[in-house]
Design a protein. Structure first.
Length: 194
């Protein structure tokens, strides 16, 4: 059966009824007009999918409901995202640079076996397998040393400062907990006194 429906004839017959239908579901007139425009854009691109003119009204209202649902999904997604303060990358770099002397002092205060494991893997780039070979250790022993060194360093850092992280887990700010850090910034002396 040949369909003689065009976008223009649909507009002439249905646009005011569809607008009222949308306004009952979306109270903002400007947004309702935007939705109506989206509906007719979809009508224009999908009119060839209508195979029975008698079902035109049902097809239009279902299409309109779907566009309204999409509007609310999109609106909810954009309003649900909280405003996050902008943190320039420079601030992240500054925090890391401020902490370097403190971290170095803390690493130096680690027992020799842990200090060596951490320096070789984290700073000299050895894999844990290479560390095991270099120190003539089993792989589980090398992994254990690296893990314990990291845990000890983490504990010292958390004892020294309260850290704030961004959504990617990067340090964006810190507040010293120790008197020595509060007076002079995060101090290398803090590694042994906290």
């Amino acid at each position: 059966m040949s369909i003689s429906v065009t976008t223009e004839t649909v507009w002439e017959e249905f646009h005011s009824r569809l607008r009222q239908f949308i306004l009952r579901r979306v109270p903002d007139e400007q947004r309702a007009d935007d939705i109506l425009q989206d509906v007719f854009l979809k009508v224009h691109t999908r009119i060839d999918t209508l195979h029975d003119e008698e079902k035109l009204a049902a097809w239009l209202y279902q299409l309109t409901r779907n566009v309204i649902i999409d509007y609310y999904r999109t609106d909810r997604a954009t309003t649900a995202i909280p405003d996050l303060p902008y943190e320039p990358e420079d601030r992240l770099e500054n925090v890391v640079l401020e902490l370097v002397p403190c971290i170095q002092a803390m690493i130096e205060s680690l027992p020799a076996t842990y200090r060596q494991a951490l320096i070789l893997t984290q700073y000299q780039g050895l894999t844990q397998q290479e560390l095991a070979q270099r120190l003539n250790l089993s792989l589980p022993c090398a992994k254990s040393r690296v893990q314990r060194a990291r845990e000890k360093l983490k504990k010292m850092l958390l004892d020294c400062c309260h850290f704030e992280f961004d959504r990617l887990g990067r340090v964006i700010d810190y507040q010293p907990k120790c008197v020595c850090c509060t007076q002079q910034g995060c101090s290398p002396a803090c590694a042994t006194s906290c």
